[in-house]
Design a protein around this ligand. Structure first.
Ligand code: 3PG
Length: 210
């Protein structure tokens, strides 16, 4: 299930976790990321304009893979799918959300940090899950320990990932891709200039592609 999305996710390498207060920032942010070769965005439902941001990013950069993050409720899920989210990310494991995504054939990455949560994911035939918050749950050491019993299971760590450790994370075969906010922090474009986003994203992609 979701094999072609997982292949794409692996190619993407890093998924920026976007938190935007203003929908006007969506298009320039999409252009800044795409010009750096960072071709996806997880638009979090932490702000009221998330669904509009998904629409605006996709309209600005049709080739960008734009998904929804921090999806906690069925209402947010419906909004995200309606806005055209190409994948759904959740900071935890909610069976109703997972089942609905599978039913609608929308790739879903729920977060699992314990063996029991991974077993629940496997019951839905999900072999790729988010690992969040990665740093606080033991980072790569925990991922490697979980990979031993859960052969073939792969993780997208998020939370505390940065240019300092992304290479180490991605060198682990159990890591399919990494997520993070460091290249899309609102402080980087508070003055309306998105070149710092491009610089940070390009530096990150240089690590992925080297
Ligand atoms: C997430 O939602 O995945 C995290 O907030 C990202 O964490 P970071 O800010 O440490 O990258």
């Amino acid at each position: 299930m979701f094999e072609s999305f997982y292949e794409k996710l692996e190619q993407l390498g890093i998924v920026p976790v976007v938190v935007l207060d203003k929908v006007e920032d969506a298009a320039p942010l999409a252009h800044a990321l795409m010009s750096a070769g960072m071709e996806s965005a997880e638009v979090t439902f932490r702000t009221a304009c998330a669904a509009d941001v998904i629409r605006a990013m996709k309209a600005a950069e049709p080739k960008m893979c734009v998904g929804a993050g921090t999806v906690l409720t069925m209402e947010q899920l419906a909004e995200a799918i309606d806005a055209g989210a190409e994948f759904i990310v959740s900071p935890g494991f909610d069976e109703e959300i997972v089942a609905e995504c599978i039913d609608k054939d929308v790739p879903v990455l729920p977060a699992c940090v314990t063996p029991s949560e991974i077993i629940r994911a496997l019951k839905f035939d999900l072999h790729v899950t988010k690992f969040f918050p990665a740093a606080q749950y033991g980072g790569l050491d925990t991922i490697k320990a979980l990979a031993a019993p859960f052969v073939g299971h792969r993780f997208m760590p998020t939370g505390g990932v940065s240019t300092k450790n992304v290479e180490e994370y991605l060198s682990c075969p159990s890591v399919i891709a990494c997520g993070g906010t460091w290249m899309v922090k609102p402080a980087l474009f508070a003055d309306g200039d998105f070149s710092e986003v491009t610089n940070e994203a390009a530096a990150a992609m240089a690590i992925v592609r080297h």
